[in-house]
Design a protein around this ligand. Structure first.
Ligand SMILES: O=C(O)CCC(=O)C(=O)O
Ligand SMILES: [Fe+2]
Length: 258
């Protein structure tokens, strides 16, 4: 880790894996990775404070959920060129870039082959207890790597298969439990061929080694030993590389206050 030029300052309490291969979810058809302690409690709180202090119009209110889009909404699947604010960049993006994929000598990081070699877009979703997100695919605008940092509380992300007739199989094929401060990386077909969603429930149930794809990688499996996770407010940051960037954004950005 220490030999990587992208390495940001990592607080001593954060011990990242040597390679993503070490923390791969076994049992999923495509690569997915889970790091339970990706950021510290101080970093988590600092980001939550920044989210809370964003001006009101930054929030887009959906019927049950609200979200912020940074640096801005996509227009025709394009990003208007603008940098991410520092608090979304540091420490997360240098840290993402610091982890290599495998132990091979010249192994690259998860964004090495993406158009901009790092994420340029972050969605912030807030989920109150009882609120989730319908099964969906994320669409063609993004390079197929999604890095999700969870803040505040735990919940289950479900991965669904389509049935042969195209209908959604309502029973999730896999469930991934995301703890606060964790990083989940999902890639390729897991992202493009399957759907993902979060149930509208106040308690995740039937949590066990046999039902949770990342059980062995959890920070605190003992917290869920009774099979349940009572939902509290969970906020997620989803980092992605939007493939098409319109330079016009940079010019408009000069006129905007940051
Ligand atoms: O909050 C999450 O973990 C998932 C969010 C999501 O699926 C999305 O923003 O497309
Ligand atoms: Fe999504």
């Amino acid at each position: 880790m220490a030999n990587n030029k992208f390495m940001g300052p990592t607080p001593s309490l954060i011990k990242l894996p040597d390679a993503l291969d070490d923390i791969r979810l076994t049992g999923l058809p495509q690569a997915a990775y889970y790091i339970s302690d990706f950021i510290s409690q101080e970093e988590e709180q600092a980001i939550l404070d920044k989210i809370a202090s964003a001006p009101k119009p930054r929030w887009k209110q959906l019927s049950h959920r609200r979200l912020q889009t940074w640096p801005s909404d996509l227009v025709n699947n394009k990003l208007l060129d603008a940098p991410l604010p520092t608090w979304l960049n540091d420490p997360i993006i240098p840290r993402l870039k610091s982890i290599r994929l495998s132990h091979e000598p010249d192994s690259s990081d998860i964004f090495s082959d993406s158009p901009h070699q790092k994420p340029n877009h972050v969605l912030i979703n807030e989920y109150l207890p009882g609120i989730g997100i319908m099964p969906h695919k994320d669409g063609a605008a993004y390079y197929p790597v999604v890095c999700t940092v969870s803040l505040g509380a735990s919940l289950c992300l479900n991965i669904y298969k389509s049935k042969d007739d195209g209908a959604l199989d309502p029973n999730p094929a896999w469930r991934i439990l995301q703890e606060p401060r964790s990083l989940l990386v999902t890639t390729s077909a897991l992202y493009t061929d399957f759907l993902h969603g979060i149930e509208d429930i106040t308690e995740d149930v039937e949590l066990s080694k046999n039902t949770i794809a990342n059980w062995e990688l959890l920070r605190s499996p003992e917290e869920f030993a009774n099979g349940s996770n009572v939902r509290q407010t969970r906020t997620s940051l989803t980092y992605r590389d939007v493939m098409k960037v319109s330079k016009l954004g940079g010019k408009l950005g000069l006129l905007q206050k940051r």
